[in-house]
Design a protein around this ligand. Structure first.
Ligand SMILES: [Zn+2]
Length: 502
């Protein structure tokens, strides 16, 4: 068959897959943003029916033969279709390697395990969760064997590769060691600093409507296209790319915290801007996605922290807050706001961590995961190892399991190897910025509210590629360098030394 015919067959087929995907995403978004609870039964019935059809389409013999046919003419395909074929084969392989009954058992176990985790967290009792964690770990190890087993003698390497193509313990050890050597002592100095930041004004009452206005205004300012997207509210902020012309972000508003929603909006806006600027040529294909989670997170964090918490951006924010909340902001200066949004305070909760301590939370999780997957550790010891690491890196010791090991839902659902992407994102953002600064005056662009200049640079160099390149290939292509954590550490040191006068 002719190559064009085969490509057409692929494109026709994925239209069907995409129609189901579209419906699933809209149902999800709807459910998370205020669809009536009363219809939960109908909704989940509809959802699971469509999800099953979607799964069948993605794994059907027809689809497999379309991909196999393309593979047969691989050398005649252009580089885009070659990459599409590689990625589709990888996905199909992954799905087909797990015996269906084991997959079903895993779905059941992870659902039960998440419930057990919730109860354990509420009662602050790790013992409730422990038997589930043991079973989950044994199953994710079994699955890692199906996917190809150890890489360089490690199953954890296999799991890392699943989230970040090509990522290994060797690379991550080096990465996290740099973070450990540079951020831990910096945090100690900050704790000893005489500078104490008063951020109490943040927690006054800031009525809901004003926060919505601010959120929309910020999205406009940073260059999120509201004509091809929207902002809604949900319990936890997220971004949903329904289609290339429909990218939706959400936030959560707390009337007693004026910055929480603002920074969620900037973070999700960063994800949204990425998705809005992927090469339209990839529309509908597996390439129409971010390069990886770490690369995606590098963008949301670049917007949230590096741009959003900069002096230049705080100036814009300050004007906006004064206009919408003149009473609450009456005696507050721009400097007060800058210090408040950059206050460093080690806490037990990752999701509430400040910019400096965030990656240390990930360091703890990374070391725990290595032990759990590759090490010979007893599950009874895990809570105390966790607490010890928190003390060593963040200088605070959890008093109970709720403050400690029961922090995150990830392990309950079997996600091992996922956490490092957050810290990688932080560092990759700064590495990309270092290169960007050779071409444009980053700070001046913020001062001039010329966010399009920043967006255009990132679109041209990062977003446009979609999933064409693996994350580390993309990083190398843009910066000419392998992963390098020192730009991130330099940035943190410079910023926080100035704030805390150390
Ligand atoms: Zn994110």
């Amino acid at each position: 068959m002719e190559v064009e015919t085969l490509i057409r067959a692929y494109n026709d087929y994925i239209k069907r897959i995409n129609a189901y995907k579209y419906a699933l995403k809209v149902i999800n978004f709807d459910a998370a943003t205020g669809a009536p609870k009363s219809a939960i039964k109908e909704r989940s019935e509809a959802y699971s029916f469509i999800a099953l059809e979607y799964f069948k389409l993605k794994t059907s013999p027809e689809f497999k033969s379309i991909i196999a046919n393309l593979k047969n003419v691989y050398s005649k395909l252009d580089k885009y279709y070659q990459r599409i074929v590689d990625l589709e084969i990888k996905t199909l392989d992954k799905i087909s390697k797990i015996p269906p009954h084991r997959y079903q058992e895993f779905s059941k176990l992870s659902a039960e395990s998440e419930v057990a985790w919730e109860e354990a967290k509420e009662k602050s009792d790790y013992q409730i969760f422990k038997p589930y964690l043991e079973k989950i770990v044994s199953m994710v190890k079994e699955f890692a064997h199906y996917y190809g087993g150890e890489i360089d003698g490690s199953l954890y390497n296999r799991m890392l590769d699943d989230y970040e193509e090509g990522m290994t313990i060797k690379k991550l050890d080096e990465f996290f060691n740099t973070l450990k050597e540079r951020i831990v002592p910096l945090l100690e100095k900050i704790k000893a600093s005489k500078i104490k930041i008063d951020d109490s004004f943040i927690y006054k009452n800031y009525p809901h409507e004003g926060q919505i206005l601010i959120g929309e205004e910020i999205l406009k300012v940073i260059g999120f296209d509201l004509e091809n997207g929207m902002l809604r509210e949900s319990a936890h902020p997220f971004t949903s790319s329904i289609s290339n012309s429909d990218i939706r972000v959400t936030t959560h508003i707390y009337e007693n915290n004026v910055i929480s929603s603002i920074y969620s909006v900037i973070h999700e806006g960063g994800h949204g801007i990425y998705d809005q600027n992927i090469n339209p040529k990839f529309k509908g294909t597996i390439l129409y996605d971010g390069a990886s989670m770490a690369i995606h997170e590098s963008q949301s964090r670049l917007y949230e922290n590096v741009i959003g918490r900069s002096k230049e951006f705080v100036h814009i924010l300050y004007e906006l807050l004064k206009k919408i909340y003149p009473l609450q902001m009456k005696k507050i200066t721009e400097e007060d706001l800058y210090l408040a949004v950059n206050k460093v305070e080690p806490s037990f909760i990752r999701t509430e961590a400040d910019e400096l301590t965030y990656s240390l939370h990930i360091l703890v999780r990374y070391e725990m995961e290595k032990l759990i997957i590759d090490g010979n550790v007893s599950f009874d010891e895990l809570p105390s190892i966790w607490n010890q690491k928190m003390k060593e890196y963040l200088g605070i010791e959890p008093k109970n399991d709720k403050e400690g090991i029961l922090q995150d839902i990830h392990w309950a659902g079997g996600s091992f190897g996922y956490f490092p992407s957050y810290a990688l994102g932080n560092a990759i953002g700064l590495q990309l910025l270092h290169t960007m600064k050779k071409e444009l005056d980053f700070k001046q662009a913020i001062v001039n509210k010329n966010f399009d200049q920043i967006k255009e640079y990132l679109a041209k160099n990062v977003y446009i590629h979609g999933k064409m390149l693996s994350p580390m290939e993309l990083l190398k292509e843009v910066t000419g360098e392998e992963l390098n954590a020192s730009y991130y550490c330099d940035y943190l040191e410079q910023k926080f030394k100035e704030i805390y006068l150390i």
